[in-house]
Design a protein around this ligand. Structure first.
Ligand SMILES: O=C(O)CCC(=O)C(=O)O
Ligand SMILES: [Fe+2]
Length: 146
């Protein structure tokens, strides 16, 4: 559960740009107070307006590994502008406990293997150690053919 209480005095608008590190996130966003923004392919942030009665599903970094780069780990942030309490509930599906690698069916001559095997636990440690929270840590898992 995330609770934001933006005030002009505190100046803390929300959460910095990041990707979710797990496989996917199911987000019950605040139904009245906006703030969530996702980055589009051009690198611009688009506001996601509240849409009562809906859930939002976010692809995370582990799904990018599993899909050999075909599922896009979306960069997003929270920028509250209204001085109101904003609440969201995020359920994180982190991925399997063991090692995960690109699905063999998604690796072929046209789509060569992109990532080395990793576990969510190791990947999470890598993100913390490198302080790279917007998916850039995936570059350290890139597979280089021998
Ligand atoms: O509060 C939101 O709308 C998003 C929260 C989020 O991105 C997260 O918990 O990872
Ligand atoms: Fe997030």
């Amino acid at each position: 559960m995330n609770k934001y209480h933006f005030t002009h005095e505190s100046g803390v608008p929300g959460i910095n740009t990041h990707t979710d590190s797990g496989f996917l996130t199911i987000l019950q966003d605040d139904e009245a107070v906006c703030g969530l923004e996702v980055m589009n392919k051009s690198g611009d942030f688009i506001s996601i307006d509240p849409w009562p009665g809906t859930l939002l599903v976010n692809i995370g970094d582990m799904a990018t590994v599993w899909s050999n780069g075909r599922f896009h780990n979306v960069k997003h942030r929270v920028q509250c502008k209204e001085t109101k309490i904003r609440v969201s509930i995020a359920s994180f599906l982190l991925g399997p406990r063991g090692t995960m690698e690109p699905l063999p069916e998604l690796v072929d001559d046209e789509h060569p293997r992109k990532y080395i095997p990793t576990s969510f636990e190791d990947y999470r440690k890598l993100r913390f150690a490198t302080k790279l929270h917007a998916g850039e840590a995936l570059e350290q898992l890139l597979y280089t053919p021998k």
